[in-house]
Design a protein around this ligand. Structure first.
Ligand code: SAM
Ligand code: SF4
Length: 359
């Protein structure tokens, strides 16, 4: 894994907590990790369940968590709010499929209050789009302005093969509803060797024609799936090189708070993002942590270390124990991941699926 210059001195969580205590009343304490990176972005997987079974994400026959283990919507609100009090400025709800969780709009609605107070800059969601037609307007009303919609192909049959249970026209209707509601959509596509690699230009032309950014993602070795990941893995360095034969890609400093690196495509005038955890490690600028629907905090998508936040959350009504657990965990955020996909390493880098940790 690439090394990088570490800016500033390592910050100890205790120092950080003290700094937070010293900050003026109402000023959020910053979450600074041992490498000086500020954690300002929280992704929360609100459910591990999904109405699709994408081949790179899940096995077809998945066992989901029993409901009692999953945090209630009230608990999720409390947890997210604790992070916001500590300086998190951007919150993304994901899953599993976040929009299949019962009553999920009540969580969006209550979290929207942090946008009103200015404590939060952005509340967003990553969705497969299946329920977007139903919820787009409500999402907008709750303060959501940008939505990531995952879509790996424009071919209806192929869409069924990739998602196993998905229906492309329904997702398209969701995108239309999102547009009508005023939501800005970004399309996320996992680049899959021999599956959608021949479609990437077409998807780019479509997305840019519709006014959407398109972000490509390298498949990551997370969780057991049916089949071999080596068969799916397509390095984006290859995709980019191929695109550059026909298009002019200009690197731009545009950032959305996530790991994508963006280019503008001169010929289409649109923006294209590349998320390259495999070919180009982006850990040096990592500003995020993830919480699962059971309240496990993962400081890195590609490492197993985690902290249980459910126990301190449920232990008392106050947030003292919870805050302590968060500070301790941020104090052990690792430097980065070390994903490898090759024929020798058959087991996934981490055992849990992307749908558990949240994309
Ligand atoms: N269900 C929602 C969706 O599909 O957008 C949100 C959760 S999904 C886990 C979030 C993102 O992770 C999706 O864009 C999906 O394509 C991506 N993803 C899932 N498994 C992945 C893997 N093994 N490698 C790379 N991306 C993956
Ligand atoms: Fe569901 Fe999203 Fe995973 Fe597909 S990628 S199975 S839609 S959680």
């Amino acid at each position: 894994m690439a090394d990088w210059p570490i800016s500033g001195f390592p910050v100890h969580p205790a120092t950080d907590a003290a700094a937070g205590a010293g900050a003026g009343a109402g000023a959020p304490a910053s979450l600074i990790d041992p490498f000086g990176r500020e954690v300002s972005y929280l992704r929360v997987s609100v459910t591990d369940r999904c109405d699709f079974r994408c081949v790179y994400c899940m096995a077809e026959d998945m066992t989901f968590l029993p409901k009692r283990e999953v945090l209630s919507l009230e608990e999720l609100d409390r947890l997210c709010s604790a992070f916001i009090d500590k300086g998190v400025r951007k919150l993304r709800l994901t899953g599993g499929e976040p929009l299949v969780r019962k009553n999920i709009m009540s969580l969006f609605r209550s979290l929207g209050r942090h946008l009103d107070t200015g404590a939060l800059d952005e509340l967003t969601v990553t969705t497969n789009g299946s329920q977007l037609a139903r919820y787009a307007q409500e999402l907008y009303d709750c303060g959501v302005r940008r939505v990531n919609v995952s879509m790996d192909t424009l071919d209806e049959e192929k869409f069924k093969r990739i998602t196993r249970w998905g229906d492309l026209p329904k997702v398209m209707a969701g995108l239309e509803a999102a547009r009508a509601a005023g939501l800005q959509c970004k399309i996320n596509a996992v680049a899959l060797k021999g599956v959608n690699e021949d479609e990437i230009e077409g998807m780019m032309a479509w997305a840019h024609g519709e006014g959407y950014d398109l972000t490509l993602i390298e498949t990551m070795p997370l969780g057991e799936i049916d089949g071999d990941r080596t068969d799916q893995y397509l390095p984006l360095s290859q995709v980019r090189a191929r695109l550059m034969d026909r298009y002019t890609l200009e690197d731009i400093p545009y950032k959305t708070g996530g790991p994508a690196r963006y280019v503008t495509v001169k010929e289409t005038g649109g923006r294209m993002g590349f998320i390259t955890p495999m070919t180009h490690n982006f850990c040096e600028s990592c500003n995020r942590v993830r919480v699962t629907c059971t309240g496990m905090l993962y400081m890195c998508l590609g490492q197993d270390d985690s902290a249980d936040l459910r126990a301190p959350l449920r232990a008392s009504e106050g947030n003292e124990l919870l805050n302590q657990a968060i500070d301790e965990a941020i104090g052990r955020k690792p430097k980065g991941h070390d994903f490898i996909i090759d024929r020798r390493s058959k087991t996934p880098a981490v055992g849990r699926h992307m749908s558990v940790t949240g994309g």
